[in-house]
Ligand binder design. Structure first.
Ligand code: NDP
Ligand SMILES: O=C(O)C1=N[C@H](C(=O)O)C[C@H](O)C1
Length: 253
């Protein structure tokens, strides 16, 4: 008697020739139970993913095209794992509205698939209420298109929410003159400083300060392989989770 094998999950990668896309194709190819059926990059028709029978698409493209990809995929009932940055509240609301029209379809959007980065964000949210000041310094390779990074923006929002919930007063800051953005970008009241330099991959520090002490929480992605366990976990989970899942926190719980 032969036992029926569970069918493998057919996966397509959008942005397949990019820095992340190349790594994701390798990781999907090597993952038991997943089958890489489509590698799609700029200029390739999205319809080739449907023709290849992709059940899940992984998107590592760029903030300018990711919403079109999502509109198409969710319209087809194809689950999507999104790593691409650039997700504002308005964009997330649009994704929720798209999903409401396509019950049963799942989308996971994670600002960062690195386990250490997920923990860094959780720890930062936990610490936020206990310090007078907090600023974020993110550092990336110079070919990154967006600044601040999606991870830094998400961290800032988590910190702002935690401080609001704890009724924290505004952070002390006497700056009156700021020549050309020296204080960085303010996201929900949290300052983010974006560094771009050759040799870097993806790094972030969250610097807390209060009377007589500081706390620095730092995460470094030294290689893009750091993101792969999180991406593969999301591909396996998205087929079981209709609707929008934001971040990896629920998947790791
Ligand atoms: N969530 C996470 O953990 C991580 C997220 N990221 C994010 O992922 C995104 C990609 O990063 P990275 O791989 O470094 O970027 P790359 O520029 O190396 O790769 C993006 C790829 O997408 C291609 N592309 C552009 N338009 C389309 C389209 N319409 N359909 C399919 N492919 C398209 C690009 O082609 P072309 O160059 O010709 O335009 C390029 O090959 C960024 O937003 C980055 O911030 C990155 C690392 C980790
Ligand atoms: O472009 C990158 O490289 C990265 N992008 C993501 C972001 O914008 O936060 C995740 C990670 O920082 C790497």
């Amino acid at each position: 008697m032969t036992l029926a094998q569970p069918e493998s999950v057919r996966v397509g990668v959008l942005g397949a020739r990019g820095r992340m896309g190349l790594e994701v194709c390798k990781a999907v190819d090597a993952a038991p139970g997943l089958e890489l059926v489509a590698r799609i990059d700029a200029g390739d028709p999205l319809s080739s993913a449907a023709e290849a029978g992709a059940r899940v698409l992984v998107d590592f493209t760029n903030p300018g095209v990711v919403m079109d990809n999502l509109r198409w995929a969710v319209g087809q009932g194809i689950h999507v794992v999104v790593g691409t940055s650039g997700f504002t509240q308005e964009r997330l609301d649009e994704v929720r509205a798209l999903l409401a029209e396509s019950p049963g379809t799942g989308v996971v959007i994670a600002p960062n698939f690195g386990i250490g980065a997920v923990l860094m964000m959780q720890f930062a949210a936990r610490a936020a209420r206990y310090f007078d000041s907090v600023e974020i310094i993110e550092q990336h390779h110079p070919r990154k298109l967006d600044a601040p990074s999606g991870t830094a923006m998400h961290t800032a929002r988590l910190i702002a929410d935690a401080r609001k919930a704890a009724d924290c007063p505004p952070m002390p800051d006497a700056t009156e003159e700021d020549f050309g953005g020296a204080r960085g970008a303010s996201v929900d009241g949290v300052h983010i400083h974006a560094v771009r330099a050759a040799g870097l991959v993806a790094h972030q520090e969250v610097l807390f300060g209060t009377a007589g002490e500081t706390l620095t929480i730092r995460h470094d992605s030294l290689d893009r392989s750091s993101f792969m366990p999180g991406v593969i976990l999301a591909v396996r989970e998205v087929v079981k989770r209709p609707g929008l899942t934001l971040g990896l926190d629920d998947l790791l719980a």
